[in-house]
Design a protein around this ligand. Sequence first.
Ligand code: CTP
Ligand code: MG
Length: 221
Amino acid sequence: MAGDGTGEVWCVVVAAGSGSRFGGPKHLAELRGRTVLQRSIDVARRCADGVVVVVAPGSDVGVDGADVVVAGGDSRSTSVSNGLAAVPAGAEVVLVHDAARPLASGSLFARVVEAVRDGADAAVPVVTVVDTIRDLDGGTVDRDRLRAVQTPQGFRAAALRAVHARGAEATDDAALVEADGGTVALVEGERANLKITEPADLDVAAALLDRAAASGGDSAS
Ligand code: CTP
Ligand code: MG
């Protein structure tokens, strides 16, 4: 259980990737007046007591509102570990968020925190898969049995620290906690919470922001 439900929530925002598919450091790309990274930090700031931002070693990134900035590593797991090491020992819930997902809403963050406070070792936002998925060994996969995983992911701090203390490597921290016997709660993700991966994703994100602004929506903040 996550204690008495009042312990601090810290968010690790990972931004130490090279953006090879994007063609450069995508977290520094401008998205309607703020960088992708700054948007991710801003929502984390509103939803967590403290924010650790993980940037590429030697990079000189402008970061407003971070409590701590640390250098990442060659893999996402190493970047998460380095960020986690900077989270205060007393934190009860740790969120891990990809800087590359600038449109996650505050309500999504809140749902993830709540699932951990309710007793899950890990909580992950998921969305249904809309494409038909082909298995390279032949045949199609039943997409009703599949979910696409997003961030922020949330963890009971001790559960995340335990898997990282062993130096486990995976693109998905919840999978590590699950392999360790932990419980993983699925929470409803958001279709608009796309991960900026290729340049065209930035255009989609800008269009989503414009649409939300026109309708007074919450993810336009
Ligand atoms: N990330 C990180 N450290 C790494 C690799 C990734 O902090 N060594 C972060 C990225 O900055 C990003 C998030 O993890 O916010 C998700 O990774 P991804 O979308 O794959 O970003 P990149 O690894 O930068 O992109 P690519 O795989 O195209 O090189
Ligand atoms: Mg990557």
